[in-house]
Design a protein around this ligand. Structure first.
Ligand code: GDP
Length: 138
């Protein structure tokens, strides 16, 4: 059955001009891009998005980074979308990511790692709703 997930091309990848190459990888892997937009978010908006990580030592760095420049949030659809996007992204630390994954190809460090992808159905639902209105998701 078809499933939706949420992804962000992060500020490091946008700054380096990797947006189109990452979208090409996503489409090549069989995802339909349901909705996408370019925007910048404030530190407070990044804190709201990453609220589950509020207690982590890197929360300040992470939210500074995510509010440091334009991002491309998007909603993606395919069978098994959540797990398959995580596989395509690769490990959080690009040094540990498998060959061919997006993070292996486009990420520089564990913090500035090119792409976000939801890790479960409940987080996907929260994250889609955080960035997109229902009218943008037909
Ligand atoms: P993900 O699901 O693979 O994105 O990883 P996590 O949910 O564990 O962490 C969320 C995001 O926080 C990661 O994608 C990184 O951008 C950031 N992050 C994780 N660990 C670190 C760290 O040790 N230092 C910094 N600066 N950022 C981190």
């Amino acid at each position: 059955m078809s499933q939706r997930t949420f992804s962000i091309i992060k500020p490091d990848a946008v700054r380096k001009g990797y947006t189109a190459a990452i979208l090409a990888e996503i489409e090549k892997a069989g995802f339909k891009i349901v909705s996408i937009k370019r925007m910048s978010i404030s530190k407070a908006q990044a804190e709201g998005f990453y609220h589950v990580h509020a207690a982590r030592p890197f929360f300040g760095e992470l939210t500074d980074f995510m509010s440091s420049g334009p991002i491309f949030p998007m909603v993606l659809e395919k069978e098994n979308a959540i797990a398959d996007l995580r596989t395509l992204m690769g490990a959080t630390d690009p040094a540990k990511a498998d060959e061919g994954t997006i993070r292996k190809q486009f990420a520089a460090s564990i913090g500035e790692n090119a792409i976000h992808g939801s890790d479960a159905e409940e987080t996907a639902a929260f994250e889609i709703g955080y960035f997109f209105a229902g009218i943008e998701l037909k």
